[in-house]
Design a protein. Structure first.
Length: 158
């Protein structure tokens, strides 16, 4: 198998000196990207989280700019009152969630997943700020919003 690693290829990294060059290339070739010169960070989203890296985020002295997080509310702007949830488990697996305050219930896997993400995001749950060591030897700082599904597990033990 041939591995193509653009950031290690001189013909690539000499042509594209940074994100601005890459954004200009995408614009010229009609390639849609959710990045602009005013918000030049990369976003990597999957079912479990969304992460943001690059630009001003690389400097640990900088706070995340307003509007960066798309899945979680700023904790300072989150509601002052909690949502009280009851989660029912069967064999350690969540099978039902009920909001005690408004009476809503959800019982399919997808409904549970979406609802817990919605409630956690509303309360600013899951934000992290990390510096990680990359496999290629460089450090990278990023922001991340992790979804709560990993928190919905039954305690283990007798």
């Amino acid at each position: 198998m041939k591995v193509i690693a653009p950031w290690r290829m001189p013909e690539f990294y000499n042509r594209f000196q940074g994100r601005n060059d890459l954004m200009e290339y995408a614009k010229q070739h009609g390639i849609p990207v959710p990045v602009t010169p005013k918000s030049p960070w990369s976003m990597d989203e999957n079912l479990m989280h969304i992460s943001y890296e690059a630009g001003i985020l690389e400097n640990p002295k900088n706070q995340a700019p307003p509007g960066l997080y798309t899945k979680t509310q700023d904790p300072a702007k989150a509601p002052n009152s909690p949502d009280i949830l009851e989660i029912e488990f069967k064999k350690g697996v969540p099978v039902k969630v009920a909001n005690v305050g408004d009476g809503t219930t959800h019982s399919t896997a997808l409904e549970l997943f979406l609802y817990l993400n919605e409630v956690a995001g509303k309360h600013g749950v899951g934000r992290i700020d990390i510096v990680e060591n990359r496999f290629i030897g460089m450090k990278s700082r990023g922001k991340s919003a992790r979804h709560p599904q990993g928190r919905a597990s039954a305690p283990s033990g007798p």
